[in-house]
Ligand binder design. Structure first.
Ligand SMILES: Cc1cc2nc3c(=O)[nH]c(=O)nc-3n(C[C@H](O)[C@H](O)[C@H](O)COP(=O)(O)O)c2cc1C
Length: 475
């Protein structure tokens, strides 16, 4: 298995999905360039390693677009690289996640992350080529494709979550954690007691930790344990110099510090994952930096988000779909044939579940569990259920089912006052949103009786026969 980010970059280079760029500027150049490439290539865009950033030492690099293809996601998870369809990849991912034996991290005395340790006056997070990502951002963001390590004050477990981090000055950074996220629940618990919260912000790490840190994982178990299970060996961690937290021994950059209760600074505006600059500068708690550790020639990992298709929608969609699939299985719901969260729906806002109907009311049950389980609950909007002749990732077939098997009066349910946030331009007072569930399956009674019209299709036998006879035309 891949050992760290540098090992991963070597392998991505070998499969021809890494592009090196020299001389791009940190100020709205690297981010918009990645935006344009993803706009043009969607799920085929390469990862970009930027070096020789003007004003910075050679070797101080940034990395964009880590997980925007199925191949790079599969490589990161130790899965085969080729799939017939996107839904097949989700199946492989969720099967792997369902059979994991958790492996706790192992402490080691030291590691490359401690090649440079800065404390006191020596701290300056702007020693790294921190980008300003979008044209209307008013600040540089050091944490986007990062993982923020926090500890539950009651139970002691460590969470890894991807939460963005604005730079205020060399010794002060932000940490924007939305309500309900695990790091936020930890922070709320400290603040309720009037205590500061320690954090370690990792800004360059094994992409597997980033994938898990930005996925809706169960609470109470550290993402380190899942990463160890996926790799089949424990993640090596060293004690953070200030926090004592377990930080990856091979991390590129780690920023440690305290978030104080009741102290805020204006955070944002920032180009958000929903594709809008959703709010003006908003007062939010921030981090007083106490220590910075980094490798020689560090790589700062970045992920600016923007209107689709951006570099994060595939990873969010795959992780969300796999999590929903697991939740449906855990709820005892049989015969799930596929789940896909569409890229145009931001990877979380347009989910399609394909099922083999087994009993009346089954489709409705699937819709409600998929939209309300932890993996599917945050900031959703549309959930659609279709029969198993529909590939949930094929938008034309999904729209065909919605156009021919769905009745607007009987096949819609609405969930009101669901979990949302200010990142939603349609957010309701109180930070809720409403969402829509669509049953686009053939009505179960008509399916049973065989009274729904037959589909105009080519039978498997005729497909095979014509495939052989007209191989040249059809391949
Ligand atoms: C690139 C990227 C940036 C993100 N930024 C934030 C953020 O600033 N704040 C936030 O609450 N969630 C953010 N998220 C979403 C969380 O990482 C995600 O909801 C994750 O499940 C949180 O971990 P948790 O469930 O352990 O809290 C981001 C996700 C990605 C992929």
């Amino acid at each position: 298995m891949i050992k760290d980010l540098r090992d991963w970059l070597r392998e991505v280079g070998e499969i021809g999905e890494l592009v090196r760029v020299r001389g791009a500027h940190w100020d709205v150049e690297m981010g918009p360039l990645t935006h344009l490439v993803h706009e043009a290539k969607g799920g085929d865009a390469p990862a970009f390693l930027f070096d020789d950033v003007p004003g910075y030492a050679a070797g101080y690099r940034t990395l964009y677009g880590q997980l925007s293809t199925i191949k790079r996601l599969a490589l990161t998870l130790g899965l085969p690289l080729e799939y017939k369809s996107k839904a097949d990849f989700v199946r492989a991912y969720q099967e792997k996640m369902s059979h994991l034996q958790l492996v706790p991290p192992v402490w080691v005395d030291t590691g490359p992350v401690k090649e440079n340790v800065h404390i006191g006056d020596d701290i300056n997070v702007l020693e790294f080529p921190v980008p300003r990502h979008h044209e209307l951002d008013t600040a540089r963001y050091i944490g986007t494709a990062c993982v923020v390590i926090t500890q539950d004050p009651d139970e002691g477990w460590f969470n890894l979550g991807t939460y963005r981090s604005q730079v205020y000055d060399g010794k002060t950074v932000g940490c924007q954690i939305t309500e309900g996220k695990h790091g936020r629940i930890h922070r709320d618990k400290y603040f309720e007691r009037g205590q500061p919260m320690k954090v370690a912000i990792v800004c360059g790490q094994d992409p597997l930790l980033y994938l898990l840190g930005s996925s809706p994982m169960p609470e109470g178990i550290s993402e380190y344990e899942y990463a160890g299970a996926i790799k089949g060996e424990p993640i090596e961690v060293v004690a953070g110099e200030y926090t004592g937290f377990p930080v990856p021994a091979t991390a590129e950059i780690v920023i440690e510090g305290d978030i104080l209760p009741e102290a805020t600074l204006p955070e944002g505006p920032f180009g958000e994952w929903t594709g809008y600059y959703c709010s003006a500068a908003t007062p939010r708690p921030y981090v007083q930096v106490k220590c910075v550790m980094h490798r020689n020639d560090p790589i700062l990992t970045c992920a600016p988000q923007h209107k689709p298709v951006d570099e994060t929608v595939l990873l969010k969609g795959v992780a969300g779909a796999a999590g929903v699939w697991q939740a449906l299985r855990a709820a005892g719901i049989p015969e799930i044939r596929g789940v896909w969260c569409h890229e145009g729906g931001l990877g979380v806002r347009f989910m399609v579940v394909s099922i083999h109907q087994r009993y009346p009311g089954y489709a409705r049950q699937v819709l409600h569990v998929a939209s309300s389980c932890q993996a599917g609950a945050y900031n959703g909007k549309w959930v659609v259920v279709v029969d198993d002749d529909i590939d949930p990732a094929d938008m034309s077939l999904v729209l065909w089912a919605m156009s021919t098997r769905f009745d607007p009066v009987t096949d819609i349910d609405i969930i009101q006052k669901a979990w949302s946030s200010g990142r939603d331009p349609m957010v309701l007072p109180g930070n809720y949103n409403n969402r829509i569930l669509i049953d686009a399956c053939i009505p179960y009674d008509r399916k049973l009786r065989g009274t729904f019209p037959p589909v105009v299709d080519v039978s498997p036998e005729l497909r095979e026969k014509l495939g052989e006879k007209y191989r040249g035309l059809l391949s």
